[in-house]
Design a protein around this ligand. Structure first.
Ligand code: GLA
Length: 332
């Protein structure tokens, strides 16, 4: 019996930076997805406790984006990437909320890849699952979600350099809690807006070069189009906030860290324009509570969750998230 498990992730800061090889600071969480079963045969057959419809896929997969039921697309994406020699029969269990911005799809991809016998290092695993996600969803996503799920370390967040794929651990202080709260809005526009923002950042890079190399936002004055300039300003300033946030956590300076989260949200709302009225209101509500250091939208935006940094017990709703270990597989 094979048992492969992969965590979801929450991103503390560094949003919409991975697609330009920038910095992000997610942590793997205790909520995740487990795939159990046996290898063999020439089909992948899985049931899921999150979906009534099972999947039954051939190893010779066509276009993953067209298979049914919809959750099977992520599995099909992994099968298309890995081209495994043998199939798999088993079940999927998950305690991750689907579509909340906590990377349920990345957790599914990583767990399936390990169950199918992925043979390679952690970076290759994350990259293969990123490609699977792109095939399945058509979204030109970055590598943050899959890398966080693969590389998570208990008690730590990960400072990810999305150009080199280096993951540096940053300890989460014991006297804080990280809470994700759903806005109640599903991430309806996320797909089209995501591709649009990515294209706009690429347009900025054609003018000023790689955004990850820019430290001084004044360099962006070369960009004439005010929308392109604002999108680029978000990315450049967000990379700097990630560095400052990692340093603040290491110094135990929680209010500085919280203020950086607030600045990140403002930049996502005003410069990158991926927030919603509901997310803005939720972030304002959470931030105003006693013993909350800061809050911001987390994930792609246009709905989904906000994340808050606070003293333990300060927020009595949502998910209290613990920094957790990355994916693993056991059995033969
Ligand atoms: C989604 C993508 C990630 C990342 C975030 C935004 O979660 O899958 O690659 O771009 O949005 O930071």
């Amino acid at each position: 019996m094979i048992r492969a498990s992969a965590p979801g992730r929450v991103n503390l800061i560094g949003e919409h930076t991975d697609t330009t090889g920038g910095l992000a600071l997610p942590m793997a969480i205790q909520l995740g997805t487990v795939v159990t079963g046996e290898r063999g045969g020439d089909r992948v057959v899985l049931t899921s406790d999150a979906d009534d419809e099972p999947l039954d896929l051939p190893l010779e997969i066509g276009d993953p984006a067209t298979v049914s039921p919809p959750w099977a697309r992520y599995v099909a994406g992994v099968v298309a990437e890995l081209r495994p020699a043998a199939g798999f029969t088993g079940s999927v269990t998950t305690d991750l909320p689907v579509g909340a911005g906590l990377s349920s799809s990345a957790a599914l991809e990583v767990a399936v890849a390990l169950a199918l016998g992925f043979d390679g290092g952690p970076r290759e695993l994350a990259l293969a699952c990123q490609r699977a996600e792109r095939r399945a969803s058509g979204v030109p996503c970055g590598v943050m979600d899959q890398l966080a799920s693969v590389a998570g370390v208990a008690g730590h967040a990960l400072l990810l350099d999305c150009a080199t794929l280096d993951a540096t651990t940053v300890a989460i202080p014991a006297d804080v809690e990280i809470v994700a709260v759903h806005s109640g809005e599903s991430r309806s526009l996320a797909t089209s807006a995501y591709a649009d923002r990515r294209a706009t950042c690429a347009a900025a890079e054609r003018i000023v070069g790689p955004l990850r190399d820019i430290v001084d936002v004044a360099r962006l004055d070369e960009i004439d189009d005010p929308v392109v300039r604002r999108r680029a300003r978000h990315v450049v300033s967000e990379n700097e906030r990630v560095r400052a946030f990692a340093a603040a956590l290491q110094a135990g300076d929680l209010q500085v860290a919280g203020d950086l989260m607030a600045a990140s949200h403002a930049s996502l709302a005003e410069d990158f324009e991926v927030s919603t009225a509901g997310l803005d209101a939720l972030v304002a509500d959470l931030s105003a509570r006693p013993a909350v250091f800061g809050a911001r939208l987390t994930g792609a935006g246009f709905g989904g969750c906000a994340v808050a940094l606070c003293r333990p017990g300060a927020i009595d709703l949502g998910w209290r998230l613990r920094p957790s270990a990355g994916a693993s597989v056991a059995g033969t």
